[in-house]
Design a protein around this ligand. Structure first.
Ligand code: 13P
Ligand code: SF4
Length: 339
């Protein structure tokens, strides 16, 4: 019979976002998570912005495109998504028959929140001749209202797959959209959304850092504002930034994206120096508060009790699946992902 503490934690799950249970401090969570993986045929997919311990127990770490593809291909019965809600939702959309767990249901995304379905539907209705391309950082409802999904690593190819004279709405990230308009020469109509982490980098502080470390290259994620992108020597998705630092000959980098990626950068290039680009104020705003809600304890708890789970209404899932499949198909044809 389920004990009182566990049933109280289950009841409280919606309020707090996870099973709030005390763990024996002597428990080796790394070992326990490995055991649960074997026993439950589970896979842990983690985004680069997760805390280092979570990255270290993950079976696959990647950017949004890599994670979507890994979710589409997996043969595991249980998918533990160490990332934010829209990412776990994407895994569920692609795997209706599998249990998809998110360590903390409250791990949202300010960018996804900046495009609520009601106002976006009206925006789309006001421009009926436009094709809708949405960045994967959006809710299932926005995906269902979109024609094609993209990520930061395939966005140019996705846009190029649309005839040049076809008007496009791009949502929800205005910074990524503006960057893509510049790169592709299109004039996409942009939804006014942004990421709270990437819009807070201070150009002034980056410039001062560059004076102190003239040998360091500035590299940036395209969710950053134009002023930061202008001083960047390389712009790319998290995976592209990581690969760049592995292949490039520079010995130091000022990294304008969430700090979690520095763990893999440092692991892959232990002799190089990685400096997180500073935010405008003195807070740790270059840590995504949503991504960092997940902890190793919550990963263990969600695997042990198979909660919290992502569920979705079937009609919404089917509507959201179409534009994701178009993205995967275009990415495959462009050679960006394997079969
Ligand atoms: P990528 O990992 O696809 O570059 O996305 C970054 C991001 O902000 C995810 O929330
Ligand atoms: Fe969303 Fe920005 Fe956090 Fe990524 S870093 S999950 S875009 S709030």
């Amino acid at each position: 019979m389920e004990n009182f503490v566990l049933s109280a934690a289950r009841k409280n799950l919606e309020n707090v976002g996870y099973l709030d249970l005390d763990l024996d401090p002597g428990k080796d969570l790394f070992q326990e998570i490995e055991r649960l993986k074997r026993e439950k045929n589970a896979i842990i997919l983690a985004h680069y912005y997760q805390e280092p311990d979570i990255q270290d127990v993950a079976d696959y770490i990647g950017d949004s495109l890599g994670l979507a593809q890994a979710a589409a291909k997996t043969e595991a019965d249980l998918i533990v998504f160490a990332g934010v809600h829209f990412m776990a939702e994407t895994a569920k959309i692609l795997n209706p028959g599998k249990k998809v767990l998110l360590p903390d249901l409250k791990a949202g995304c300010s960018l996804a929140d900046s495009a609520p379905a009601g106002p976006f539907r009206k925006f789309k209705e006001a421009h009926p001749d436009h094709v809708v391309i949405s960045y994967i950082n959006c809710t299932a409802e926005i995906k269902a209202l979109s024609d094609i999904i993209c990520t930061s690593s395939n966005a140019e190819k996705i846009i190029e797959s649309v005839p040049a004279d076809q008007p496009i709405i791009f949502a929800p990230d205005k910074n990524l959209g503006a960057y893509l308009n510049k790169k592709t020469g299109r004039n996409m109509l942009l939804w006014n959304g942004s990421c709270m982490v990437h819009e807070i980098f201070s150009l002034e502080k980056i410039t001062r850092l560059k004076v102190r470390h003239p040998e360091a290259k500035v590299i940036a994620h395209p969710e950053c504002e134009d002023a930061v992108l202008r001083v960047a020597e390389f712009i790319g998705s998290t995976t592209q930034l990581l690969k760049y630092t592995q292949k490039d000959s520079a010995q130091a980098y000022i990294v304008a994206t969430e700090t979690g990626i520095l763990h893999q950068m440092q692991k892959e290039s232990p002799l190089k120096t990685f400096i997180p680009a500073p935010p405008t104020n003195n807070c740790a705003c270059n840590d995504c508060p949503h991504m960092k809600l997940n902890t190793l304890e919550k990963v263990y708890l969600c695997m042990e009790y198979e909660l919290p789970e992502i569920t979705m209404e079937e009609n919404l899932r089917l509507a959201a699946k179409k534009p994701i499949e178009r993205m995967l198909e275009i990415s495959r044809k462009a050679g960006l992902i394997g079969g």
